[in-house]
Design a protein around this ligand. Sequence first.
Ligand SMILES: C[S@@+](CC[C@H](N)C(=O)[O-])C[C@H]1O[C@@H](n2cnc3c(N)ncnc32)[C@H](O)[C@@H]1O
Length: 422
Amino acid sequence: MSYTKQNKNGIELNRLYEEDFPVHEWYRFVLSYPPHLVRNYLVDFGMNQTHTVLDPFCGTGTTIVECKKSGIKSIGIEANQIAHLASKVKTNWSINEDRLLDLSRTVAEEAERTIQNYNSEYKTLTESQEKLIISNSISQIPLHKTLILLEIILRYKDKELTDHLLISLAKQIVFSYSNLKFGPEVGVSRIKKTDADVVGLWFEQIETMVRDIKQFKELSAIKSEVILGDARNINALIPKESVDAIITSPPYPNEKDYTRTTRLESVILGFIKEKSDLRRNKERLLRSNTRNVYVSDNDEIWVENNELVKNVSQMIEDKRIELGKTSGFEKYYHRVVELYFGGIAKHLESMKTILRPGARLAYVVGDQASYFRVLIKTGEIIADIANSLGYQVDRIDLFRTRLSTVTKEQLREEVVVLTWKG
Ligand SMILES: C[S@@+](CC[C@H](N)C(=O)[O-])C[C@H]1O[C@@H](n2cnc3c(N)ncnc32)[C@H](O)[C@@H]1O
């Protein structure tokens, strides 16, 4: 692999992909919603350059990228540090891309030299880091090379550019160096990648970034902001009556531990060093699985009078007793559901001050059957909660159906469309 200067004329500047906006691919969750869904609701809600759109569960940034691309100001809130960084980087097109390429070339060359001349034991994660990742997530040699590259990226720390270098690395760790595979859950592939062209692939990703940034330069001034925070306390993060629309996809109530999906890159990049960091990270999240429920949690108070939540929680608990299931996890299932919807209610309540009267909201959520096959009609329940908090429920759109791995039935993914009248 050569890192010599590329002919600038070789870089294509002219094409803006309508359907497949490349920036999405810099780093994304496997299951994030498609860009066209965001575009449809931007049009439906009549958003234009005078408006501000918020995604309170912004993940890897599909909403805010689409807003920026359409010339609309946007804000994202995200509780997971790596996803927060990804969204920030994916909406920052005002960096000097030639400097990015130059710096990356220097880093790549030094990393290749270091790897070639390295003659002691392979670099490894610390014992506590090792305990945090899924075993065999990454093989010894790709990990060794990744740690060398990371060290050199951090040695050349640059206020403007380092985040871009790190997100390129995060993306390649997951999709090119690791043994991870993604189904409904993240797992480890049977066939292991024993080696990888770590530096070469990272540099290729940087080249892609540079190409994309050049393409979208004229949009770089459109304001976008990404805040690391908890969407249940949004009124503390965003000015009063400053938001015109919400387009978002919160977690769903299922047994999925969302922090596992991003664990490997979070640990390697140093966002999670100890169990306590992981816990702090999880505590900021909406409770959606038994692995992020804590004794002191009390979000259920926000839905204590909601009949739909009470009923579904009771059905889950009755089913557990009927099936004679007694494990700690299983005893928690009904509580997760109450905490989940309670968290959604708390979030909707905390948004009332920041929304402009007339603001439109779109929540993309999926029905679930993970807890003893009891059907949780997530969209319907969220609409009911929103209604009880003073939001107008306009409609529930069907987005798509998904085959349940538990019941083998088609589950609905819906968009709950609301208006805040003020
Ligand atoms: C379904 S994903 C969103 C995916 C997103 N649409 C995208 O394009 O990548 C839900 C996100 O909500 C985040 N999240 C969960 N609880 C949160 C909270 N209380 N505050 C802010 N973000 C939260 C999770 O970390 C996750 O990134």
